[in-house]
Write a protein of this length. Structure first.
Length: 333
């Protein structure tokens, strides 16, 4: 039985914001009683993550991802609920806790801007109280894999974004933490650097059983790394499970595009398992609810009735699936 690295129960974070009343009378009333609006950025979520899991934490802008990560790393205090990370309360056992996690926020740096990368590493090594021997063994490998050796004597401000991000990742791993929080680690990076970072994350996950919670807008990152995804919508978890399950559950079947030889004014079939959408005079798009067999049944039915110029089966990408989930607001669990 693997250990739970993260245990969250009924976690909630509310933000209060003032809302001003309109008009002179409103302004006058604001003087005496303030009007508060309460927003639950994280709305009573529960989850557990086991040692060695790589979990994608996804959702639209404003869904509450960063707020969750901030609570899990002890930067923000919850309004209510409980958090146990590496067996500790992130907020209370601060010093010991910080030494048990690694954090990379894509937008923020933990490296000192004006000094050489290796000086930052040296300082962090002291902060985390890593022995010379551990540092040499572990970081030698990290530096080699992330190919940052030639960058170590440069000041951070002289690095490109991709170079800096690789150094950030190395910095977060100086103490070889069992748990790594990555918030948009590949934002703005080119494909080659992205691939390098993914490969590296896979390696440390295999080698050290490092648990990784990854927030990203880049679903290809998720596809490459995470078996499990947690999908957040308006502060609530709307899906927690395998990525491929999300794919099969959310898309009832496939889309088939029919291009007919001549104009077609009505949907080409009346099967209840198909939703039709006309794209132009001769092209219709069928969304088929069902498996492969259903898809071929629909195709053969249509082809027999109408002369066809072209048929194309579209696999729906994860990106579209997730958009679809948002649009339809469906909870699938
Ligand atoms: N300090 C704050 N004060 C007031 N409201 C906040 C604060 N921080 C976040 N919010 C609000 O809480 C909600 C969730 O924000 P959060 O940053 O967690 O979302 P997110 O999923 O990380 O979004 P993004 O993908 O844009 O980073 C948003 O509506 C945001 O406006």
């Amino acid at each position: 039985m693997k250990m739970n690295i993260i245990e969250v129960e009924d976690l909630r974070k509310e933000f209060k914001s003032h809302s001003s009343r309109s008009g002179l009378q409103g302004a006058f009333r604001d003087l005496f009683t303030r009007n508060y609006k309460v927003l639950a950025a994280v709305d009573n979520i529960s989850l557990t993550i086991k040692q060695g899991e790589m979990v994608g934490y996804i959702g639209e802008n404003g869904a509450g991802k960063s707020t969750t990560i901030k609570m899990l790393t002890g930067i923000l205090t919850p309004t209510s609920g409980s958090i146990l990370v590496n067996g500790m309360n992130p907020h209370k056992e601060r010093e010991q806790f910080v030494r048990s996690i690694g954090v990379v926020f894509g937008q923020r740096s933990q490296l000192w801007w004006d000094i050489a990368v290796q000086e930052s590493f040296r300082l962090l090594k002291k902060v985390y109280r890593v022995s010379d021997e551990d540092y040499k063994n572990h970081m030698g490998h990290v530096i080699e894999t992330l190919e940052i050796g030639p960058l170590l004597d440069k000041p951070v401000r002289k690095l490109s974004l991709g170079q800096r991000m690789r150094c950030e990742l190395a910095a977060a791993l100086i103490h070889n933490p069992p748990l790594l929080f990555l918030d948009e680690p590949t934002i703005g990076l080119d494909v080659l650097v992205k691939l390098k970072i993914r490969k590296f994350l896979k390696e440390i996950n295999e080698q050290y059983k490092t648990t990784i919670l990854l927030t990203t807008h880049d679903l290809t990152d998720i596809e490459a790394l995470c078996e499990r995804v947690i999908l957040l919508d308006e502060g609530k978890i709307v899906y927690d499970g395998k990525l491929n399950q999300l794919q099969t559950n959310a898309v009832e079947g496939k889309q088939v595009e029919f291009q007919f030889l001549s104009e077609l004014v009505a949907p080409p079939s009346t099967s209840p398992n198909v939703q039709w959408q006309q794209k132009n005079a001769t092209t219709w798009l069928a969304t088929v609810n069902g498996d492969e067999q259903m898809v071929s049944k629909v195709i053969s039915e249509v082809v027999q009735k109408h002369p066809i110029k072209n048929v194309r089966i579209n696999e729906i990408s994860t990106e579209e699936i997730i958009r679809k989930i948002y649009e339809e607001g469906m909870a699938i669990s």
